[in-house]
Write a protein that binds this ligand. Structure first.
Ligand SMILES: Nc1ncnc2c1ncn2[C@@H]1O[C@H](COP(=O)(O)OP(=O)(O)OP(=O)(O)O)[C@@H](O)[C@H]1O
Length: 726
């Protein structure tokens, strides 16, 4: 596959002249065999399954049964002394994102992590879900337990609903859920059972009214933001997770939609799930749905315990009283936010916050337990959740392939706006080029025109396919990464289904381009030449799309992919056969034309156009035949078949590279360094705060209204914070 040349076989086989080509070719063949053979497990290394298990992927029959029956294994998560620091290379300072944070989330309860922007809510949520992206500059320590067992020794099923909704835009709500259920729960074999399962989910998440609407995106209006969020939740619920993590689920939603999403989370908690969400500043009606809250400010705990009136009672003890008719969430947010309006207000608000943080940490240290943290609990559920060593891939390779093919086809064929834009662009560029190169004759100057037109056609086709793919694939990759982390399917069937589903739609645009341009420019006027012209640009378009997949798999964002893709293509354009003659290419760059899809397309188009063509000539040095023109381009003796073979190899090369990159670039999460037992502080339990205990800790203070308290007094009027004397 790496011997992309077709002109001189010997030269081409020795790609790079050192046998490197054979090594790469052998590697590619090995990957292909892996890609297209055998059932699922062969496609994923063992450790991937291990990872999947760790990540809470359903791995046993019981789990599957639980999913179908909607049973949830109760899970309590406890965390103790979680500290996360970030070492800043430039300033050589260590910044604490989380400082000794402890807490507990229980089944059947909705826990909200609240705090001002940048207080560490998402960081804590990610730590609890073990989804904090790994970084050499981060240091994470503490203890995290699931049902009394350290997290590193246990697997449990969890769902993580991210801020960004990652869904296929052209599928309806019902189709999205149905396909997700088919992929994740193959044990539901009958269509009726699956429909019932999906209907139950639609009903539970309040999605019945929009079940047959498409999800939509920025181009096509689909379901609302709140419905998208609930659909994301529904997709996560298919595997019947014990714990649901939701990162700011109300962000970007209007008040009504936000309340519906939170009501859904509350109901899920009531169904026995442990629900943990981060939220910035909820309205009062949303706050009333929380069972427990964790208040964070600058990475430190200000309060953790039951929600409702308890935190208000707790802060009242320090003189911060929430007035009637004030949203408690707003009161708490104001209480723990630094006021940056003036130097004085910064000073006073910081003083208040430091006092509250210190007070709460003192409060924690008074709660003692008879048993050490790590050995306190050995629940019945521990066994149920423990990691299995043998994992069976439940889906067969072909079943996954067909389901993914169906989904990819729906996505590609229904994307009307994108397809319309591509069709218009193809026809418009064909009309522009056709007008510039209008009805070329057989004069000597038409030789240059022909070459220019064919080079431009090759570049235009490649660029159109590349930019379309790099614009779309990074987002799709995020969905695929998430689904693969759940163990829904393997990479092989995904990539193959994508390739096949996009053939009809992907071929339509080069065909439109060719159909308009060919007669306008009056290229070699036979039907078979026209067919070959269309075939060459179509093959090139697929090869460019495959290259776009690799770029999209490599680049971290769509923007990065959009910058990288065209830059890489520019190199292939330079060595596209028109600007630099293959014979004059410096030795160190000789391999580039061999891997340039533009060069192969240009070569094929030139052979197709010039072979058998006669030109008007007057002088002895004039070009008389098309073959002579081909000789001047160093394409003499080559065949169109070489182009087709080379483009197929380039396409396979990019597909295999994409496979390897996607396989290798699995997200890596920061490991939690466990603390020695003696360093672990007593565990916080989310019990109501005992007023007496608070009184002991804090001398009584004149109660003042919060609004009054939060006003920034003049610096000389700032009295010592009442908690300092503890
Ligand atoms: N991987 C990281 N490397 C360096 N700094 C980080 C990292 N992750 C988070 N931070 C920093 O930690 C702080 C807390 O971030 P986090 O996203 O947890 O806050 P948040 O409370 O969720 O904020 P918001 O409500 O605005 O989303 C921020 O200042 C952020 O810049």
């Amino acid at each position: 596959m790496v011997c992309l040349g077709g002109k001189m076989v010997g030269q081409v086989v020795k790609f790079g002249g050192n046998g490197f080509g054979q090594v790469l070719a052998a590697a590619a063949v090995a990957i292909l065999v892996r890609l297209f053979s055998g059932p699922g497990p062969a496609l994923l290394p063992e450790d991937e399954f291990a990872d999947d298990e760790k990540n809470g992927v359903p791995g046993d029959d019981k789990a599957g049964e639980a999913s179908v029956n909607g049973k949830v294994v109760p899970v309590t998560i406890r965390w103790n002394n979680i500290t996360c620091s970030f070492s800043d290379k430039s300033s050589k300072q260590v910044r604490f994102l989380l400082k000794n944070v402890s807490g507990e989330a229980k089944p059947g309860r909705l826990l909200a992590i609240m705090g001002p922007s940048g207080s560490g809510k998402t960081t804590l949520l990610n730590v609890l879900a073990r989804q904090l992206m790994a970084s050499p500059r981060l240091h994470l320590s503490g203890l995290l337990e699931v049902n009394g067992i350290p997290i590193s020794n246990i697997a449990y099923k969890f769902a993580y609903v991210r801020q960004e909704d990652l869904l296929f835009s052209q599928l309806t709500v019902r189709e999205t859920l149905s396909l997700a259920a088919e992929l994740q729960l193959p044990e539901i074999s009958s269509v009726e059972e699956r429909d019932e399962f999906v209907n139950n989910l639609l009903f539970k998440l309040g999605l019945v009214s929009c079940a047959d609407s498409i999800v939509g995106d920025a181009k096509v209006r689909g379901i609302s933001g709140g419905e998208k969020k609930r659909l994301s939740l529904a997709c996560e619920l298919i595997a019947s997770p014990s714990v649901i993590f939701a990162d700011e689920p109300t962000t970007g939603l209007d008040a009504f939609q936000a309340e519906r999403v939170m009501e859904t989370l509350r109901q899920l908690a009531q169904d026995g799930h442990t629900v943990i969400c981060s939220i910035h500043q909820p309205r009062g009606s949303v706050y009333s749905k929380f069972d427990d809250i964790v208040l964070l400010t600058e990475g430190a705990l200000v309060y953790a315990g039951p929600a409702h009136d308890e935190p208000l009672a707790y802060f009242t003890k320090f003189g911060y009283r929430c007035s009637d008719h004030v949203n408690p969430a707003e009161f708490l947010a104001d209480l723990i936010s630094v006021d940056y309006s003036s130097a004085e207000s910064v000073y006073s608000s910081r003083k208040r916050i430091d006092g509250l943080v210190e007070s709460f940490s003192e409060q924690l240290s008074t709660v003692l337990y008879a048993t050490p943290f790590a050995s306190r609990e050995s629940p019945k559920n521990g066994k149920k959740l423990s990691k299995k060593t043998v994992v069976k891939r439940k889906e067969t390779w072909w079943r996954q392939f067909w389901l993914l093919l169906k989904r990819a086809w729906m996505q590609a064929s229904r994307d009307g706006p994108t397809n319309k834009v591509r069709a218009r662009m193809s026809i418009a560029s064909a009309i522009i080029f056709g007008s510039v190169f209008w009805r070329m004759g057989r004069s000597q100057t038409s030789i240059q025109d022909r070459m220019g037109l064919l080079q431009v056609a090759a570049i235009n086709t490649a660029m159109a396919a590349l930019t379309k793919t790099v614009g779309v694939f990074p987002k799709e990759r995020a969905i695929v990464d998430r689904e693969r982390a759940k163990g829904s399917y393997a990479l092989g069937p995904y990539l193959l289904s994508k390739l096949i589903a996009e053939i009809p739609v992907g071929a339509a645009f080069p065909l439109m381009f060719g159909a308009v341009l060919y007669p306008m420019a009056r290229l070699h006027p036979t039907l078979s030449r026209f067919g070959k012209f269309c075939g060459i640009v179509t093959a090139e378009s697929f090869a460019a799309s495959a290259m776009g997949l690799t770029v999209g798999a490599m680049a971290p964002t769509t923007e990065a992919a959009m910058a990288l893709g065209p830059s890489l293509m520019t190199v292939f354009i330079v060595f596209g056969g028109y600007y630099v003659n293959a014979d004059n290419t410096p030795i160190i760059f000789r391999w580039i034309p061999n891997v340039s899809l533009i060069r192969w397309a240009f070569q094929g188009l030139c052979i197709n156009e010039f072979s058998g063509l006669k030109f008007d000539h007057q002088h002895s040095f004039d070009i008389e035949t098309g073959e002579q023109a081909l000789e001047r381009l160093s394409f003499g003796g080559s065949h169109i078949n070489d182009t087709v073979i080379a483009q197929s190899r380039i396409l396979l090369f990019w597909y295999c590279t994409t496979y390897l990159i996607l396989q290798k670039n699995k997200p890596k999460y920061q490991q939690l360094e466990s603390l020695p037992l003696e360093q672990i502080q007593p565990q916080l339990q989310l019990e109501p705060v005992e007023p007496d205990k608070v009184k002991q800790l804090n001398p009584p203070m004149k109660q003042v209204e919060l609004n009054q308290q939060l006003e920034s007094p003049a610096l000389d009027q700032i009295r010592p914070f009442i908690l300092e004397g503890l």
